[in-house]
Design a protein around this ligand. Structure first.
Ligand code: G
Ligand code: G
Ligand code: MN
Ligand code: NA
Length: 255
């Protein structure tokens, strides 16, 4: 396919961009973390989103080199933000099931690389989806444990859209649960989704898991989530995903 061929050249031609969206502590209103979101600045098509090209990257095997690039970029930026702004700042990177299952011995290389930058594993959060846990092979479990041992935190992305089962999150020692934006969208006083979000938050907290709400677009949504005890929010209300330099400027302004 044409786009897959172009994607082969995207890394070499430096067409990939790593954007960052703030993750805000709902109690203080401060930016504590960022989610790294990949973009492809295609020479003729303009900005291409990951939903379009990640599947091609997976099918072609290019996902592994791309994932490596994402990690390198994320590590470089989190180093800066930890050094200059906040020693506990974290950057979250997304891993598709295909990537995560092949992570294997790369974990050791990642950790070694973080170490050369003077960073601990705790500088990173890895976002995985429920689907990965559903057919969890011994390799997946092992990988999760390896991250845990190294202090890398794990977030369960898009929570509520898959086969959300309480047994997974209990079994896999997850650090964060990200409530999918489809639940946040309909948050209005008295709406059923308020009860749903509250229940998710209470359950997560009982299990020692922190909660991030995605797709927060209005102050009303933010206030309902904060009142429900949600720890973090992410969404256009705070900022859309930003180019690294713009995100950097945002962080400097909050210092
Ligand atoms: O930012 P946007 O809505 O376009 O992201 C769409 C999807 O792409 C999200 O579900 C996100 O998890 C995924 N995604 C974004 N960046 C990356 C990445 O670096 N690697 C992988 N595997 N998925 C990503
Ligand atoms: O990794 P994940 O599947 O959670 O990807 C999050 C996606 O949601 C990204 O594509 C990001 O651009 C998008 N997004 C982030 N904030 C908002 C928001 O407030 N509203 C909507 N509609 N989308 C958002
Ligand atoms: Mn995500
Ligand atoms: Na998500």
């Amino acid at each position: 396919m044409r786009l897959t061929n172009d994607l082969r050249g995207a890394l070499a031609n430096e067409e990939l961009r790593l954007y960052f969206q703030p993750v805000v502590d709902l109690a203080s209103g401060r930016i504590h973390k960022a989610e790294a979101l990949l973009r492809w600045e295609h020479p003729t098509r303009g900005m291409v989103g990951p939903a379009e090209f990640i599947p091609l990257a997976e099918a072609s095997g290019l996902i592994h080199d791309i994932g490596e690039w994402v990690f390198q970029q994320a590590a470089q930026w989190v180093k800066r933000w930890r050094q200059e702004l906040d020693p506990y700042f974290q950057v979250a990177v997304n891993q598709s099931p295909v990537e995560f299952q092949r992570q294997g011995r790369r974990s050791a290389q990642w950790l070694a690389h973080l170490k050369t930058l003077g960073l601990s594993g705790g500088a990173l959060v890895v976002e995985i989806t429920e689907g990965l846990l559903l057919d969890a092979s011994p390799g997946v479990t092992e990988q999760l444990l390896e991250f845990r041992d190294a202090g890398v935190e794990v977030a369960l992305d898009d929570f509520g859209t898959g086969y959300s089962s309480l047994s997974y999150i209990q079994k896999f020692d997850i650090d964060y649960l990200k409530i999918d934006q489809s639940f946040v969208r309909n948050l209005k006083p008295g709406a059923r989704d308020v009860a749903l979000c509250k229940a998710i938050i209470v359950m997560a907290h009982e299990l020692g898991i922190k909660v991030i709400a995605e797709g927060v677009e209005t102050e009303a949504q933010r206030d309902l989530l904060a009142a429900a005890g949600c720890d973090y929010g992410q969404g256009y209300l705070f900022a859309k995903p930003l180019a690294a330099e713009a995100f950097d400027a945002l962080l400097v302004r909050q210092r």
